[in-house]
Design a protein around this ligand. Structure first.
Ligand SMILES: CC(C)(COP(=O)(O)OP(=O)(O)OC[C@H]1O[C@@H](n2cnc3c(N)ncnc32)[C@H](O)[C@@H]1OP(=O)(O)O)[C@@H](O)C(=O)NCCC(=O)NCCS
Length: 198
């Protein structure tokens, strides 16, 4: 298995997925994922996004490439885009960053997200002064909590009743999960690379 890495991200190749830096041509499909009803209510958004907003976001992030890295997740076999993930608000002085993932509904629950996140964490921990990565998750997003846990994140606290969900008229917690570099390499990455022959 070949994991291609460089400081300027190129493609990162795993067994099931390839992480490729995002391109403008990906934005149309990103928009359909973000606005999909089974995805949208898990994101920290109040209104569906428009293509113009997506484009503006893309050019803003290009202007500040040190702050974030975004990848399109490709199915390695077909090279079809199946999701996106990234690291953002990277603070190389304090060694802190945040991550997020979206997988197209047809490709969820097949392990693509797990491999993509493990490759991303390894890339970030190996190439940047980042030692702690956070994920903020809506309390009702059990899939995402299970996914983060599988990738080595641990729940450290909850902000109670932080999000209002229109569909049930209730407030839900914000779950704060964290993964720490040294512990992750020792307890998760070493085992994962052995098990999946990465
Ligand atoms: C969260 C998300 C990225 C997970 O992607 P995925 O493709 O389901 O993840 P994987 O197939 O790699 O599964 C990872 C783990 O998640 C958990 N999981 C997967 N599907 C699940 C389900 N239907 N119910 C509960 N847990 C589930 C399992 O622990 C799984 O490990 P396992 O295969 O050993 O059982 C995806 O569901 C998604 O894009 N959701 C919408 C957007 C979102 O919520 N993003 C995160 C915002 S914080």
């Amino acid at each position: 298995m070949n994991i291609t890495q460089s400081t300027e991200p190129g493609n990162i190749v795993g067994n099931k997925v390839v992480l490729r830096p995002i391109k403008e041509e990906d934005l149309q499909i990103f928009m359909t994922w973000v606005n999909h009803p089974e995805i949208f209510h898990y994101l920290n958004k109040t209104m569906p996004i428009t293509f113009e907003e997506e484009l503006a976001w893309y050019y803003r992030s290009k202007q500040n490439p040190k702050d974030r890295i975004d990848f399109t997740i490709l199915d390695k076999e077909t090279e079809n885009p199946i999701g996106t993930l990234g690291v953002h608000h990277m603070d190389n002085i304090n060694g802190v960053a945040y991550t997020g993932t979206i997988i197209s509904t047809e490709y969820q629950c097949c392990g693509y997200a797990t491999e993509a996140k493990m490759l991303l964490l390894n890339y970030v921990f190996s190439h940047y002064n980042v030692r702690v990565i956070y994920s903020y998750i809506k309390g009702y997003n059990e899939k995402s909590i299970a996914y983060a846990t599988k990738c080595g994140y641990k729940e450290i606290t909850r902000f109670p009743k932080h999000y209002f969900r229109e569909s049930d008229g209730k407030y839900h917690d914000r779950v704060i999960m964290v993964v720490e570099k040294d512990e992750w390499i020792r307890d998760y990455w070493t085992e994962y690379t052995k098990r999946y022959n990465l």
